[in-house]
Write a protein that binds this ligand. Structure first.
Ligand SMILES: [Fe+2]
Ligand SMILES: [Fe+2]
Length: 198
């Protein structure tokens, strides 16, 4: 499956139109930039760029839903709710988005669903497409700290090295704001550290 695939392109258009309708303009534009960054990273790391674009354009489609809608959509995926998520249901917006993509847009590709579901915190052992979306969401060019020189440091990194670096920065940022770091992110960091020493 790639971007030249007609069905894939139609599906992307459908989800993009939906995102444009339900999201405020800045959030929609963030989604487009995330999708484009995700697609570029997929090409760099030899992954399916169509799947990357689709995951990017769909990752925040539930971001502006109410807490009650987000919780009820995310509950249906069967995964447990963490302490951090219980305190702030909006953090479940990735899980809710994966449910919408699956149930309303008939996206059955498990890599896409895993990527969207885990884009906020990451998850130990998640697939490469999920790592790429996790990265793209944090380094799309609209982010204030993302300058050309910031991006240069990733030039020669492998996907795992880049994921590790961005996850570590993300954890440091959350900590500096006095917020609780999710267990999923800490587990993800540890799993990447173990990969490094192998
Ligand atoms: Fe998000
Ligand atoms: Fe996002």
């Amino acid at each position: 499956m790639d971007l030249t695939d007609r069905l894939m392109r139609e599906k992307i258009e459908e989800i993009k139109n939906y995102a444009e309708q339900v999201l405020k303009q800045p959030r929609f534009e963030h989604s487009v930039r995330t999708a484009e960054t995700c697609m570029a990273l997929c090409r760099r790391f030899g992954l399916d760029d169509g799947k990357g674009y689709l995951a990017g354009i769909g990752h925040d489609i539930c971001k502006q839903e109410s807490d009650i809608v987000i919780v009820s959509l995310s509950m249906s995926d069967g995964f447990p709710v963490s302490e951090v998520e219980r305190k702030k249901p909006a953090l479940l917006h990735g899980r809710a988005a994966a449910t919408v993509l699956k149930n309303y847009f008939n996206i059955t590709d498990e890599e896409i669903l895993e990527a969207v579901r885990n884009h906020t915190f990451g998850k130990a052992g998640m697939c490469d497409l999920a790592k790429v979306l996790f990265i793209a969401d944090k380094i799309e060019p609209g982010r204030e700290h993302v300058t050309e020189s910031y991006l240069q440091k990733f030039d020669n990194m492998t996907l795992d090295e880049m994921t590790y670096c961005i996850l570590k920065e993300n954890i440091e940022y959350v900590t500096s704001k006095g917020k609780l770091v999710s267990q999923a992110s800490l587990d993800f960091l540890r799993s990447l550290e173990q990969e490094k020493v192998k």
